[in-house]
Design a protein around this ligand. Structure first.
Ligand code: PLP
Length: 386
């Protein structure tokens, strides 16, 4: 067992026994470590959060009104990591709604990435020629307040994938140009082993599908789900995993164990992070997170500019902030620790990488480039270049 890379004392500031008491249970380690117990005992009600945290008026009003549109649910595991006294706790900001969620600005969108228009069969987004996004369920272990798919998850808007599977498989069999399937949220790892095994087996039966990956926040919200049986199943179907972490305090000993199991099981691990105001919009926060992930053998893949989803303006930074932050990482630390910063172009343009300009000029076979500390250099093309 490796040592957890970071364990902030605050990360254990709410006792498990205290959470169990709010739930009307007595703490029992075995039950706590059972992912189904965790799912059955998610915290969802204002009264529970009033006992758990010192709520601000903005949080109280958020908890009262937000669930009508987009559910609030937090696993006991994740709840135990929240700082009860600090409303600016970076984990609390991700999962406890505030009344600002009710503010809708004119440029906010319900379907920010224009997925619905690229949906040929329910729950399948086909935007890029060679790869598709398959939406698994309409539930997640906990609900991120900045969710890009809040229009679909938590409110019974989508049938589970197993009921839509015949239509999806028929579409994929017909579209031989598709070589890559990304199964994503609502969280696919909330499926039980047997249906998940069946789903992956059906997909693996399509000869032109070379690459299957799952996008999941379960390792952060519900690390108990990463059982040896699940790892064996993912390994059998040669699946890659894209995890989702936003702050280093999510990397608890349980999460380290889950990542260890996955990495030891031969599952390639990437991570996606959403840039969020007050959560991770500093050089220090991003570095700590990305370094923490590398220690767990997880490669940071994308850093997303937060999508303009309705009611998320209070969590979004400017693009300039993102550019400045990524410039402080690129070249300043391990290349593997630097994800690609992208804007998922509103309206359905797909992911567009963003960085400060490094190619200052390129004329007559001469490229003028700027390095990580702002110095300028020239690269000259070979004379017989194409
Ligand atoms: C992100 C995404 C993919 C996968 O894109 P990669 O750059 O290959 O990770 C595929 N389809 C849709 C609709 C997506 O949003």
């Amino acid at each position: 067992m490796i040592k957890s890379p970071v364990l902030d004392p605050l990360a254990t500031s709410i006792q498990r026994a205290e959470i169990c008491q709010i739930l009307g249970e007595t703490y029992n380690q075995e039950r706590w470590n059972d992912w189904r117990w965790q799912m059955r005992h998610r915290l969802t009600k204002l009264e529970q959060f009033q006992q758990l945290l010192q709520l601000t008026p903005a949080e109280e009003r958020g908890l009262l009104i937000a669930p009508e549109k987009f559910a609030v649910a937090i696993t006991p595991h994740f709840a135990s990591l929240l700082d009860p006294k600090d409303p600016l706790c970076p984990l609390r900001l991700q999962v406890i709604p505030r009344e600002e969620e009710l503010i809708v600005s004119s440029t906010d969108l319900v379907d920010p990435c224009g997925e619905d228009r690229d949906t040929p069969v329910p729950g399948l987004v086909h935007r890029y020629p060679d790869r598709v996004l398959l939406l698994a369920l309409d539930t997640c272990a906990a609900y991120c307040r900045y969710c890009t798919r809040s229009r679909l998850v938590s409110q019974g808007e989508m049938q589970p994938v197993m009921r839509r599977l015949d239509a999806i498989v028929a579409y994929l069999e017909e579209h031989t140009e598709v070589r890559d399937v990304l199964i994503s949220g609502g969280d696919p790892l909330l499926m039980s082993d047997e249906p998940l095994d069946n789903l992956l087996r059906r997909l693996r039966g399509i000869p032109h599908l070379e690459f299957i990956r799952i996008g999941s926040r379960v390792p952060s919200f519900l690390p108990q789900r990463i059982t040896p049986e699940l790892v064996a199943l993912l390994r059998k179907h040669r699946v890659w995993l894209s995890l989702h972490f936003c702050h280093v305090r999510e990397l608890t000993p349980e999460v380290a164990q889950a990542c260890d199991r996955l990495a030891d099981g031969g599952i390639p691990l990437g991570s996606q992070t959403v840039l969020l105001k007050g959560v991770n919009d500093s050089e220090e926060a991003l570095k700590n997170l990305f370094h923490g992930l590398l220690k767990l053998r997880v490669r940071p893949y994308y850093l997303y500019q937060c999508d303009p989803v309705v009611g998320t303006a209070h969590l979004r930074t400017s693009v300039q902030t993102g550019i400045n932050l990524i410039s402080k990482l690129r070249g300043h630390t391990t290349g593997y620790a630097v994800p690609t910063y992208v804007i998922d172009a509103p309206g359905g343009g797909g992911k567009v990488p963003i960085q400060a300009e490094t190619l200052l000029a390129y004329e007559n076979g001469k490229a003028t480039v700027r390095n990580w500390i702002g110095k300028t250099y020239t690269y000259v093309d070979p004379i017989e270049a194409d």
